[in-house]
Design a protein around this ligand. Sequence first.
Ligand SMILES: [Zn+2]
Length: 118
Amino acid sequence: MPSYDLNGIAASYEPMLGRIRTSLHVALVYGRGGALLGVATNRVGSRSQGAGFSGMTIHAERAAMKAVGDVTMLRGATLVVVRVGRGGKALSSAPCAECQCAIASAMRKYGLRRVIHS
Ligand SMILES: [Zn+2]
């Protein structure tokens, strides 16, 4: 079973924090063979991004699974979620209720196998 370097992920996404945010979530989906299939960070949507985005926070977990594009590729995949804090530290990234629900459904329906939260 491969291991994932959560602190290494946090360190590499730290520059995306910018000056305002104190933390951000990054979610990565790895296929059965270990290839990176999709990655996303959470962000606050704006109206310019169209319907469904306005005023809502897009959560990294769901955005990353969407970024994979083809749900059949989630079979056997691993979702890694890291909350990136200042200094590139991996902070606790417990999922919100909606993401927990989306993750449970991806496991049940599409065979997502593992979920790792920092
Ligand atoms: Zn969430």
